[in-house]
Design a protein around this ligand. Structure first.
Ligand SMILES: [Zn+2]
Ligand SMILES: [Zn+2]
Length: 621
């Protein structure tokens, strides 16, 4: 890459999150160079190849773009975490997006609901986006769409029937169904032409039906994206992975393989859905009382297994949790779930059944506050309270960051007398994703020139790279990169460019997207650690003197009533600070606020060794 490349400079501060300080407020984005970050080392005035004038997204400036003859692959998310998946392919003037999911926040993001991609680059280049192709309907692959789709110019979204069905359900929550263009593809027949890219599909197995891998034809060769996958020879309610088609693709020559790494540390083969069902039946058969089972709403295969086993054991099913109910409705309507008519009872009806006739399926595997399971564990659920004799099956692993909440639910369930089974074999992070032998088979079948492990933290992707090495793949052809790093591919060469595109976390909190930046987050952390301490001063606007004794309000700092002495001295200190800095000629309120904040902060630290957030409020009367 050209050293004079200007793009890299302003992007330096945008490198992936080393600390919270790296979170960049969105306003900065306009300062960055517009146009293709990929057009490295090319002078804007060069007239050797065709150039195109594009309107920049916000109309501020015309962008000059020069097409290049290499393929670039970059991830805006999914390479440093399990979640937030999004891959970009760019060739010449065209950009293709694969998946757009969200992830859950980590412990240092209080109040944040979800984390999505920084789509600044896509916003700046929205006119070049030829489409979004979805691999399957899990939220870590489709969940970001309602938040980003309008910002990036509303490109058409392609996916299989169930994937698009679940997406529409999600869009409904935002009142966006009619505003987003979606196309249902048939993986057996369809081949899409999206700009310069031609996209074909092959079926894989996962723990949701209708998951497809992608074969993306580009001018320099074929890129295969495996999606989340496993090879399941006995899947539930869906066809077996299309091994024949995968072998054919391999024979036709594959330039680069992007492969799921989530299960790359697990030896052997992923457990088949049929085996999960057999285990589930065993487990259910041993339970004499009511059976509660918590799962993810989009784990459609798991839901089918639960339905089947419930029928086989002569029990009835009820479902609680809004997201679970709507996912079942969609999957059933589209034919991806087989549910006998009127089989699922309302919670009210079910609550009258004998204990040994009932299975209760709910959300809440992550200890979410509002979830049905959490409520039941606390005895707050309208129809079902946990009691002795109940069996509760938690069917998935804990997503990092949710541990404490899950432990609380777990404890409450046990306290209420339930038997709790933490069912590891049904763990989404292992059961749905290929283990080492399957991953090796996939590499062998596709026999790619270049190997790019995707999905998962670095340690998972390195384990995947190790598998490729063990099969004799050359070191230089294995590319383990991070979010934002750009791989440039020709027919024979692969190179990681020095410049990155921004991939900072964009946080979703309630209705706000991206407005919770570093400052808000730091405030929340400060408040969480030290509480807040508000000083209210009422001053006479003519004399500039304090009228009444300063008011003090604090939360999460000290218990006020037990700290009367401290509060009394704090009031005095405020008065002294005020006297010291204010003269009749100088009543600069902004300045007074600053000194109160600083000096009261010191005073409180001296007194308590705590650092609350001090907020001065001055009221002039
Ligand atoms: Zn998945
Ligand atoms: Zn996934």
């Amino acid at each position: 890459m050209d050293k004079n490349e200007q793009g890299s400079n302003s992007q330096k501060t945008m490198v992936f999150h080393a600390s919270l300080d790296d979170f960049q407020p969105r306003a900065k984005s306009t300062q960055r160079r517009k146009g293709s970050f990929f057009a490295k080392g090319q002078k804007p005035n060069s007239n050797h190849s065709p150039r195109r004038q594009l309107n920049s997204s916000n109309g501020e400036q015309q962008v000059t773009f020069k097409a290049s003859k290499t393929l670039k692959i970059c991830h805006l998310g999914g390479l440093e975490e399990v979640g937030r998946n999004m891959a970009l392919l760019e060739f010449g003037n065209d950009i293709l997006i694969v998946d757009a999911g969200f992830s859950f926040p980590s412990d240092d993001m209080p109040g944040v609901d979800y984390v999505i991609q920084d789509v600044t680059y896509l916003q700046d280049n929205r006119a070049r986006i030829k489409g979004i192709v979805l691999t399957h309907g899990h939220m870590d692959h489709i969940g970001a769409i309602p938040y980003i789709i309008e910002k990036i110019g509303n490109p058409t979204i392609y996916g299989t029937n169930l994937t698009i069905g679940l997406l529409k359900e999600k869009l409904d929550e935002f009142g966006m169904r009619g505003k987003v263009k979606t196309v249902v593809i048939n993986p057996e027949e369809d081949k899409l032409t999206l700009g310069i890219f031609k996209v074909g599909f092959f079926r894989v197995n996962h723990n949701i039906p209708d998951t497809v891998g992608l074969v993306i034809e580009t001018p320099v060769g074929k890129v295969v994206h495996t999606a989340d996958f496993k090879f399941d020879l006995t899947p539930i309610n869906e066809p077996v992975v299309d091994l024949g088609k995968i072998a054919e693709i391999g024979e036709s020559g594959v330039l680069a393989l992007l492969m799921d790494s989530t299960g790359a540390r697990n030896p052997g083969y992923a457990i088949s859905e049929a085996e999960i069902k057999a285990n589930l039946k065993d487990l259910f058969a041993r339970s004499k009382g009511r059976i509660f089972i918590a799962s993810f709403s989009t784990l459609i295969s798991r839901i089918q297994e639960i339905i089947d086993v419930t029928i086989e054991l002569n029990r009835r099913l009820t479902v609680t949790g809004r997201s679970m109910i709507s996912a079942i409705e969609v999957a059933n309507k589209l034919g991806y779930l087989e549910v006998p008519e009127n089989f699922i009872l309302t919670a009210q009806k079910a609550s009258h059944l004998p204990d040994d006739k009932l299975v209760i399926l709910s959300t809440g595997t992550q200890g979410e506050d509002a979830s049905a399971l959490t409520k039941m564990s606390r005895g707050e659920h309208k129809f079902f309270k946990i009691r002795k004799g109940d069996t509760v099956v938690l069917s998935s692993s804990i997503i990092p960051g949710n541990e404490a909440r899950v432990v609380e639910v777990y404890d409450n369930l046990l306290r209420a007398g339930a038997k709790v089974i933490d069912y590891k074999q049904m763990d989404i992070h292992t059961s749905g994703h290929a283990h080492q032998e399957e991953l090796k088979t996939m590499i062998r079948l596709l026999n790619p020139k270049f190997f790019i492990p995707v999905h998962g933290n670095r340690y998972m992707r390195e384990a995947n790279a190790e598998l490729a090495r063990s099969l004799g793949m050359e070191e230089g052809n294995i590319l383990v990169v991070d979010d934002g790093e750009v791989i440039e591919l020709t027919e024979t060469k692969a190179e990681v460019l020095k410049a990155r595109i921004p991939t900072s976390f964009v946080m979703v909190d309630g209705l706000g997207v991206g407005d919770v930046g570093n400052i808000v987050l730091r405030d929340r952390q400060a408040m969480a650690e030290g509480g807040i301490f508000v000083v209210i001063l009422t001053i006479d606007h003519r004399t500039g003197q304090i009228i009444t004794s300063p008011d003090i309000i604090s939360r999460g700092f000290v218990y006020m009533r037990a700290a009367e002495d401290l509060i009394h001295r704090a009031r005095q200190t405020v008065r002294e600070i005020f006297k010291r800095h204010v003269s009749r000629e100088n009543v600069d309120l902004q300045f007074i606020k600053t000194v109160i904040r600083e000096e009261m902060g010191e005073f409180l630290y001296e007194e308590t060794k705590r650092r609350p957030m001090v907020i001065p409020v001055i009221i002039e009367v």
